[in-house]
Design a protein around this ligand. Structure first.
Ligand SMILES: [Zn+2]
Length: 297
């Protein structure tokens, strides 16, 4: 008589193994396989009144910064992040990179004093062609909000509270604006590989020249306008000297010393006037599994 094989046990074992692998994979995705989590926050303009969430009031910003500080977060600059990845220079236990896009004067008049008061720092991504201008160069229209000149930022740069990096020279354009014919750094339909590459490199060079000798820190980072990016554009920007690039994709970053790939096309969390300090801390804390004990304990 043939012995009947009972397949139930092997099937259960196999399913259990698959489940373990799946959980491990989920853990790797959310915890970066033991890498250093680096949340990057994104702000824009600050004003006493906020009609839209993207404009943040001094009261909200102060509350958000104080909450992060009390929860053990330490604001870092791009040079520290690069130093960790390239040289293994240690980062604070709970680092956060605070960024502000477009170069609004309010970053200096409203945000910088609050950063100083709360012991934080931020990196501003400036649109080169708008720097220190009162009118848009292409249209001649008066600018929506003052864009600071590099010299205005100098006292804050000196204190280490503000760093100034690139938001491209003149690629903060949409095709629909009718000036550049392209959306951000995207390729114009029909543009050849070499034309496209030259256009990106020329823009990077124009930014570098405008900033040269006017900002005390090294030019290291680029924020893609409107969050438009792809691998090809990022390769060219790497060649142009940008060691760290950021997008507007809402995700955490996992840093691994020795792996420069983790510095490219990084995610950022948009922070609005509606986010309470507590919500912001909760949002970031999920990535830091080890609790940081406060000094009182
Ligand atoms: Zn922008």
């Amino acid at each position: 008589m043939k012995k009947k094989i009972d397949w139930r046990l092997p099937v259960i074992v196999l399913l259990a193994l698959l489940l373990i692998l799946e959980v491990a994979d989920m853990y790797r995705l959310t915890h970066g396989g033991g890498g250093q989590p680096l949340p990057i926050l994104m702000y824009h303009h600050f004003a006493d009144e906020s009609k839209s969430g993207t404009v943040v009031t001094p009261a909200s910003f102060r509350e958000q910064m104080s909450a992060l500080r009390e929860a053990g977060y330490e604001a870092v600059n791009v040079s520290q992040v690069i130093g960790f990845v390239r040289e293994g220079t240690p980062l604070p236990e709970k680092p956060v990179l605070i960024t502000m896009d477009d170069g609004y004067g309010s970053n200096l008049t409203i945000a910088a004093p609050i950063l100083e008061e709360t012991g934080m720092r931020a990196t501003v991504f400036v649109i080169g062609i708008n720097e220190g201008e009162e009118y848009y160069v292409h249209s001649g229209e008066p600018m929506w909000q003052h864009r600071f000149a590099f010299e205005e930022a100098a006292p804050w740069v000196e204190k280490g509270i503000i760093d100034v990096q690139s938001h491209t020279f003149d690629m903060h354009q949409l095709e629909s604006y009718g000036y550049s014919g392209r959306d951000g750094v995207r390729r114009i339909p029909g543009e050849s590989d070499s034309e496209y590459r030259s256009a990106l490199l020329a823009d990077a060079e124009a930014f570098r020249r405008r900033r040269e000798g006017r900002v005390a820190t090294e030019l290291l980072a680029l924020a893609y306008p409107f969050g438009y990016y792809d691998l090809e554009a990022d390769e060219v920007m790497k060649e142009a000297g940008y060691q760290l690039t950021v997008t507007i994709d809402e995700r955490i970053n996992w840093l691994h010393a020795g792996d420069e790939g983790c510095l490219r096309m990084m995610g950022r969390f948009n922070v609005t006037d509606c986010d309470s300090g507590e919500e912001l801390v909760d949002r970031l804390n999920q990535y830091f599994s080890t609790p940081v004990l406060s000094k009182n304990h």
